[in-house]
Design a protein around this ligand. Structure first.
Ligand code: CU
Length: 254
């Protein structure tokens, strides 16, 4: 399995993207950094010109005029232009992230205080994922503090996956940075987004909406596997669910 994707010590940049949305988010972020840098340098240059050219020593007799129509048009038009240049790709990306028209499967994610429930609505597979206790985590084995769960979400590579978000109690937010997915799980309604994993491996995320005392204890682990492996996993999960069904039925009947 390739290197897992998780935040590293002193990491400055974003996590390596592993979906088309995340790739676009990273390049939009880079583009914005250039825009911001250019504006900052320009303003800094203007400030320096004012400081050095118009201080009392260099410019003892100040000019008395207070309006300049051309200048005012320029300093209104250029920021408007900058906003348009930023807004167009931003809205394009927002709509790209919104939903996929060709979903090949659906994953429903339900937030609970304080664990996640997952449903694979096409294959009747469902389970809960709980955070591992500190004493269950083996850092030497490469496990990560506050990021490991007992049950992993398994997703097939190169597949358009519709993700539905909801919650049973308060607002949570299912977020996996490598996929560029982060959306609120709202009680009483269903939000939608999507992903298409482009890399095999293990990806980590966390609940990203303060949801109570154990908010920091609802991590997310996603394993992206080949399509064949995914089919095998679904079959195994279904079998396991079927095996445990009678005892559930018994419990429900009591
Ligand atoms: Cu939460």
């Amino acid at each position: 399995m390739p290197q897992p994707s998780f935040p590293g010590p002193w990491q400055l940049g974003l996590q390596t993207p592993a979906s088309p949305v995340a790739e676009r988010l990273v390049s939009f972020h880079t583009f914005l950094m250039w825009v911001i840098t250019a504006i900052t340098l320009f303003v800094l240059a203007l400030l320096l010109v004012c400081i050095f050219r118009f201080n009392e020593k260099a410019n003892p007799v100040p000019a008395k005029w207070s309006h300049n129509t051309l200048l005012e048009v320029i300093w209104t038009a250029i920021p408007v232009l900058v906003l348009v240049v930023v807004a167009v790709p931003s809205y394009k990306l927002l709509y790209f992230m919104d939903r996929t028209n060709e979903a090949e499967m659906t994953l429903k994610v339900t937030g609970n205080q304080w664990y996640w429930s997952y449903e694979y609505t096409d294959s009747e597979v469902s389970f809960d994922a709980l955070s591992l206790l500190p004493e269950e985590i083996d850092l030497a084995k490469g496990q990560h503090r506050l990021l490991e769960t007992d049950n992993h979400v398994v997703l097939p590579i190169d597949t358009n996956i519709r993700i539905l978000f909801t919650a049973t109690d308060v607002i949570h937010a299912w977020a996996v940075p490598a996929f560029g997915v982060k959306l609120d799980n709202m009680p009483g309604r269903i939000n939608e987004s999507w992903t298409r994993p482009t890399k095999l491996g293990r990806f980590y995320g966390q609940c990203s909406e303060l949801c109570g005392v154990d908010h920091s204890n609802m991590p997310i682990v996603v394993d992206v596997v080949s399509k064949e492996e995914f089919q095998k996993w679904v079959a195994e999960k279904k079998q396991a669910n079927a095996d445990s069904a009678p005892s559930n039925v018994k419990l429900a009947a009591q």
